[in-house]
Design a protein around this ligand. Structure first.
Ligand SMILES: *[C@@H]1O[C@H](CO)[C@@H](O)[C@H](O)[C@H]1NC(C)=O
Ligand SMILES: *[C@@H]1O[C@H](CO)[C@@H](O)[C@H](O)[C@H]1NC(C)=O
Ligand SMILES: *[C@@H]1O[C@H](CO)[C@@H](O)[C@H](O)[C@H]1NC(C)=O
Ligand SMILES: *[C@@H]1O[C@H](CO)[C@@H](O)[C@H](O)[C@H]1NC(C)=O
Ligand SMILES: *[C@@H]1O[C@H](CO)[C@@H](O)[C@H](O)[C@H]1NC(C)=O
Ligand SMILES: *[C@@H]1O[C@H](CO)[C@@H](O)[C@H](O)[C@H]1NC(C)=O
Length: 211
């Protein structure tokens, strides 16, 4: 009995040491960070000099990025903001051949040059994340409007970002269609999908506490 209690105590102390070590390895700070891309220079291309406003690789290289952080692009409608997880797309400087599930354009819709805009991009996937502007037929990207970051787990996604994306829009059925029951089934499926993602996130959080 006494031996078993001592054993338990040893196990608890070992666990406490592990948790303390993990905490000291954790990134500094307890919240999420908004990183202003390029710092004061922003996300701009100088067409006269044919070069980016700053060296974005070197800007990114000095920072740590975690899930739940945002990249804030202070820019204008002369550039684009494209996020991809696919290095082939990144290196190509175009999203023409990109797949929908790994590449997103965050701005657009402006019909004229030079409109000021701010684009906030949440970091929701760990690992390599790539960004570029494909404007001027890819020349902006080729001339420096491109960078890569490594997103770490950090605190994990906050509740505001851990929901799965909404299911794709489906044309409502016409009046003489008998499609209404399948629609409600697909809604149940989406809710169940959300619960599963929550479960995985819980498991990930538990694992990150233990290690
Ligand atoms: C970071 O940016 C997001 C998106 O614009 C915003 O919702 C959030 O409040 C910002 N967080 C901080 C700490 O500024
Ligand atoms: C763009 O580059 C040109 C030539 O190098 C320079 O004279 C000009 O000041 C730059 N414009 C901006 C907004 O930095
Ligand atoms: C800018 O650089 C690209 C090479 O990436 C070149 O093809 C283009 O002609 C240059 N444009 C100007 C205005 O110098
Ligand atoms: C930008 O900085 C990176 C390293 O931080 C360097 O390797 C690269 O050559 C720089 N690019 C330019 C165009 O100066
Ligand atoms: C990356 O994108 C290219 C198209 O640009 C596609 O052929 C390739 O399969 C993608 N890679 C992965 C790992 O999805
Ligand atoms: C935006 O692009 C237009 C057309 O190329 C150019 O005249 C203008 O100077 C650019 N503005 C900025 C702020 O880069």
């Amino acid at each position: 009995m006494a031996t078993a209690t001592l054993g338990n105590l040893t196990a608890i102390i070992a666990l406490l040491i592990t948790v303390a070590t993990a905490a000291s390895d954790a990134p500094p700070g307890t919240g999420y960070t908004n990183h202003t891309v390029g710092g004061a220079a922003g996300w701009f291309f100088n067409g006269t000099a044919n070069t980016s406003a700053t060296n974005y690789s070197s800007w990114a290289g000095s920072l740590a990025f975690n899930l739940g952080d945002f990249l804030i692009f202070n820019t204008n409608s002369n550039t684009t903001v494209i996020q991809t997880y696919n290095d082939t797309t990144y290196l190509s400087c175009t999203m023409d051949d990109a797949e929908d599930d790994d590449t997103t354009q965050y701005n657009g819709g402006s019909t004229q040059f030079g409109d000021k805009m701010t684009v906030a991009v949440p970091l929701t996937i760990e690992g390599p994340n790539y960004y570029f502007s494909d404007a001027n037929d890819g020349v902006q990207c080729q001339q420096g409007m491109a960078f890569e970051i490594q997103v770490k787990h950090g605190l994990g996604l906050p509740p505001s970002l851990n929901q799965p994306p909404p299911p794709p829009y489906i044309e409502p059925p016409g009046p003489d269609s008998v499609q209404s029951p399948p629609v409600s089934i697909s809604q149940n499926g989406a809710i169940r999908g959300g619960a599963n993602v929550g479960g995985v996130l819980c498991a990930l959080l538990t694992v990150s506490v233990l290690f």
